[in-house]
Design a protein around this ligand. Structure first.
Ligand code: ZN
Length: 831
């Protein structure tokens, strides 16, 4: 919101402040009030989103999710921030503890952990905007205020804020660098953290009128202005985010320095840096999405902001090209982006593997927020279509139905063993999820001039000021399970206005905004609009059915979006999906998971003419529309030399029922196989599960494991090479040069005589220096095995060690890690 257009009482608040921008603001206001003087407004988006406080949801999809976010997710994340030391870092930096409890130790793994605290405050502030009840608001505000006091204490006198350095720890984290900003372009994340701080500060001010965090933010941004603009320090942010944070701070305060600084960070980016963080060429010259997907999304959002706020920067030309590139060849059917785990980012065009799909939850959030900006810039429904797709599918998969477990990567296929943990060592996603869910009401409605946009469908109401009067727009619908939407239009006084109803692509036979995905056949069912019971042929503008008329109290619109089951196929260039289809109904992409099947869902085929039956089940997975169809299941043929496999390899199969649930709801019952894409004939099946080895019976443990990665040791997934980490490797990041162990324990004694180890080695991980094997004796002690073969450490292959057979309940690998980088194991088999 620009201060001049906003309804926030910023003027009063800013009069209490002594910032120089007050003068600018007052001069502007005075000039604009002079008779005969046309008010000059700063450029901004032509479309303004609904204010969250003006939207009330009563639906059974989003309203309970927002409530769960407030009651479960935000408290759970807050507890983790305390438990893991993230808040302790602020206490240590601010020296707020007494005597012995004060320490100078950086308590967590990464210097960007500060940002998790800022994101949680942002989440709390968005929650407050949703909360109409006073008691809940007060409790949240008290919790946030106590966090803000710690942040204030941790801020240095000149405005610098970065706990990893300020506490002067004995060992400063590697990533931070020895001096301020020296490592910023690489990995210190000093500016990244602040971007999230600025966002949180603006939201908290918007929600509460309290300036306590905004003052910390402006002190920090004023300090950056001195260092980077006045001090001419040329350094770009290694991880983008501050660009959008500063643009937001500019809108909230009106201080042009923040816009200048935001633009500066874009101007000094590249060329000659890494494509990993989009610094390989100047942002203006970029036409393709490359590198780390979250960084990319934040950069493209920042460029969009600057292109809008400072049109002379012409960033909008570049973002249009990049958006097209992503949509043409780099987006999953779920709306997720970023296919590779090695860079947490974009791969080659059309390279969209399913079981190793990264689709980090944060990149979905970034994509949603960028698409929302592109919509506000253009009024084109294609951006809202994509926002809806990502929101209901790739993003929602990132949080368990319970509200307190999270996925970081969101693959479209699982070979088993994927569970949502309650936290990650690198915990960027959980607090980001917590802040996006209460933002959803803002995406639903928007206004511009005399237009009202109805973007997302959910029961409830919103108040928007248009054409000089307050319009209350009510919705009654069971969306996303049913496409009938009853809209009640109630202007305070009769007024001419255009109400624009988004007609989703899926209802007009457009599966996607490019030819990356299409429906296998056209649906004959058409959407319809009626006004006060009379059919109405609404002209289509930018994908919206536009109804421009004089509205009066009690007017009713009925929008009917027929929700039929649709089969989707991918562009032939997406080779992994060749001969496969996915199932979509309305905005929801479906999947099948092991919990509903007694055969492998990966080996089931469906006929494109198959008939689907569906029913809404209120008690299943918090209420979902569940579907089923007839399918066949095939077992592995004797020879699978080529793919598509020759049809003659397969013997006839038994018919089965394939049960389909929304993709977002997978992995909420038990871990197991999951598939979004189904072969249409057996020759297109891409994986036949191997019978599990003895290791499948083992329970793994380790001296240390990064991000709950122990289950990947024996998940039965053979790698292509040592860099094929997928999301499927046991990892010891960030440990280097240390002695570590991993063990398998069995319920019953097993006779074992060999092991095979596939080491992880890529740009981040190194092979270990040495390893050896022990077995557990009856008395519980460990003894070395009597090996016949050397302990090889070769990459891109299994390293097998055979030994004199032992009967044991445990086997252990002891290894010494390389000094250069952390180690990991993709797979450990025993025989
Ligand atoms: Zn993340």
């Amino acid at each position: 919101m620009h201060p001049l257009r906003s309804s926030r009482p910023y003027l009063l608040a800013s009069l209490r402040s002594s910032r120089p921008y007050v003068l600018t603001y007052l001069t502007f206001l005075l000039v604009s009030l002079l008779p005969g003087c046309t008010p000059k407004t700063s450029p901004d988006y032509p479309i303004i989103p609904a204010e969250i406080s003006q939207v009330t949801l009563t639906d059974s999809f989003w309203a309970p999710r927002i409530q769960r976010d407030i009651e479960i997710t935000i408290p759970a994340v807050l507890q983790k921030l305390y438990e893991t030391g993230r808040i302790r870092n602020f206490q240590n930096a601010g020296k707020v503890l007494q005597g012995k409890s004060q320490s100078e130790e950086f308590c967590t793994a990464f210097p960007f952990d500060d940002s998790d605290v800022f994101k949680l405050i942002d989440a709390g502030a968005y929650a407050i905007l949703n909360l109409k009840g006073k008691a809940e608001r007060t409790k949240l505000e008290l919790q946030i205020d106590s966090l803000i006091r710690l942040i204030g204490a941790a801020q240095e006198i000149d405005g610098y804020l970065y706990t990893a350095r300020t506490m002067k720890p004995k060992v400063i984290p590697d990533m931070s660098g020895k001096e301020r900003f020296i490592n910023e372009q690489e990995n210190s994340h000093e500016l990244y953290n602040l971007g999230h701080l600025y966002e949180a500060a603006c939201t908290y001010y918007e929600a509460t009128d309290k300036k306590i965090l905004l003052n910390i933010a402006t002190r920090s941004a004023d300090f950056l202005y001195k260092v980077f603009i006045e001090g001419k320090l040329v350094r770009y942010p290694g991880h983008e985010e501050i660009e959008t944070g500063l643009a937001r701070l500019y809108r909230t305060t009106g201080n042009p320095h923040y816009l200048e600084l935001s633009n500066y960070f874009l101007e000094v980016r590249g060329p000659g840096g890494l494509d990993y963080n989009q610094a390989h060429i100047k942002p203006l010259e970029q036409t393709e999405a490359v590198g780390h997907a979250v960084r990319g999304m934040y950069l493209y959002s920042g460029m969009t902001e600057l292109g809008v706020l400072k049109p002379d920067t012409v960033y909008l030309k570049a973002v249009g090209k990049i958006w097209n590139d992503i949509v043409r060849s780099k987006t999953y059917l779920t709306g997720g982006v970023g296919s590779k785990s090695s860079n947490e980012g974009f791969g080659d065009p059309y390279d969209l593997p399913n079981h190793t799909a990264y689709c980090e939850t944060c990149s979905s959030i970034g994509f949603i927020l960028w698409n929302e900006r592109m919509f506000r810039l253009t009024g084109d429904s294609k951006y809202m279509d994509l926002l809806e797709k990502t929101l209901y599918n790739a993003f929602l998969s990132g949080i368990a139905l319970s509200g307190d477990h999270f996925f970081y990567p969101n693959p479209l296929e699982s070979w088993g063993k994927k569970v949502r943990p309650d936290w990650y060592a690198c915990a960027c996603c959980p607090p980001n999820v917590a802040r996006l869910i209460p933002m959803v009401p803002r995406f639903m409605y928007a206004r511009s001039g005399n237009k009202i946009f109805l973007n997302l469908f959910a029961s409830g109401k919103a108040v928007l000021k248009v054409a000089g009067t307050n319009f209350t727009i009510g919705q009654e619908t069971r969306y996303p399970w049913d496409g009938k939407v009853e809209i009640a239009v109630n202007p305070e006084k009769s007024a001419q206005s255009a109400i624009l109803l988004r007609i989703p692509g899926w209802v007009v036979n457009q599966a996607f905004a490019s030819d990356l995905y299409s429906f296998t056949s056209a649906s004959g069912k058409k959407y319809s609009v009626s006004i006060n019971g009379e059919p109405y042929e609404a002209p289509i503008q930018n994908g919206y059915a536009a109804i421009d008329r004089k509205w009066k109290k009690g007017d009713k619109i009925l929008l009917n979006l027929p929700m039929t089951v649709r089969l989707v196929e991918a562009n032939a260039k997406v080779t992994v999906d060749a001969g496969k289809v996915a199932v979509q109904r309305g905005p929801i992409i479906y999947c099948a998971e092991a919990a509903d099947h007694d055969v492998s869902v990966l080996t089931m085929t469906i006929d494109t003419t198959t008939i689907f039956n569906g029913i809404y089940q209120p008690d299943l997975l918090n209420g979902i529309y569940k579907m089923a169809c007839l399918a066949n299941s095939f077992s592995k043929p004797s020879s699978l030399a080529s793919r598509p496999h020759p049809l003659t390899s397969f013997t006839s199969s038994l018919p089965h029922i394939l049960t389909l649930i929304p993709y977002f709801a997978w992995a909420n019952r038990a871990s197991g196989e999951m598939a979004v894409w189904f072969a249409t004939a057996p020759q297109y099946i891409t994986r036949f599960p191997e019978p599990p080895g003895l290791e499948a019976k083992a329970k793994g443990s380790a001296s240390y494991a990064y991000d709950n990665s122990i289950p990947y040791l024996n998940d039965g997934i053979d790698p292509v090479n040592s860099a094929d980490r997928g999301n499927n490797a046991f990892r010891l990041h960030p440990h280097k040069g240390t002695d570590e162990w991993i063990a398998y324990e069995f319920d019953q004694p097993q006779k074992l005589s060999s092991v095979k180890v596939y080491w992880l080695e890529d740009e981040s991980y190194c092979l270990p220096v040495s390893w050896k094997l022990s077995y557990k004796k009856e008395d519980g002690s460990w003894a070395p095995v009597d090996s016949f073969s050397p302990y090889l450490i070769e990459k891109d292959q299994y390293n097998e060690v055979t030994f004199v057979a032992v009967k044991t309940t445990g086997l252990r690998i002891d290894m010494k890690l390389n000094q250069v980088g952390p180690g990991g194991i993709i797979e450990w088999k025993v025989n």
